[in-house]
Design a protein around this ligand. Sequence first.
Ligand SMILES: [Zn+2]
Ligand SMILES: [Zn+2]
Length: 299
Amino acid sequence: MSGELTVTFYGVRGSTPCDGDYLARYGGNTSCVSMERPGQDPIVFDLGTGLRNFGASVMDSSPTAPFRGSMLLSHLHWDHVQGLPFFVPLHEPGARVDVYGPRQTEGSLDEVFTGLMRPPYFPIRPDQLEGAVSFQDAGDDDFAIGEAKVRSRWIRHVGPTLGYRVEWQGVAVAYLSDHGQGYGMGLPDDHVPDEVLELCDGVDLLIHDAQHTPEEFAQKRHWGHCTVDYAVHVAREAGSKTLAMFHHDPSHGDAEVDAMLRDARDASARVNGAEVVAAAEGMVVRLPDHRPSHLRSLQ
Ligand SMILES: [Zn+2]
Ligand SMILES: [Zn+2]
């Protein structure tokens, strides 16, 4: 079996899906990242509009086998949920998706999600799909999905929001798509909460909010996002190996994201920090298993 984890970015945009020549290279679909290992069910971060293209990829690669997989939902803002109704594999009998997401005060995650996927907003409810979708409430939790160890922790954003860490056969990935620095707690803007360090500690790949320039952050700190500099700082403090700038602002064209990436690489090099990439739609990151070969052969 391959000792490699394949991470594919299907949606990297924050706030709203968008289109146009100015952002064609990084893409306009909203948050969705898949993790796949041969012979195992995939694990997907977030159900933004990028999920539709993940579904198309699934149908291309295994058109007859019912889909089985798990999805880790960060929070219920539109840019993280709109893809589920358009995930075609769930329209097939026998398919099954387990969605883990932030516990809500208004009711179970199942009830609250069904409140946004039902008439008149959408023709059917989740329980009327041909395939089965289940919702699991999560908070500060540690749980297993198949052979993967998953850690969820509350992180700072607008409304209940989870960050995730997934350790899967010797590779660790953290996902903090929407993360507001200094937001709502009266702490310094560069403070990194213990929960965030716990998620990001030594990971091979950190997928982190990088929505704002410093000038934008000064105007929009109440949006619950952060600067690229803060993402670099989190990666440095946690010892993350690679940082993928994520949740690009819809107003940022390719040239602007390129410029933010150059600044981030300079800032990270100055502190001997992580390698930095800017997530782009269609980008694939392959992470090899670090374990000694005698341990790999046990699984
Ligand atoms: Zn978002
Ligand atoms: Zn959000």
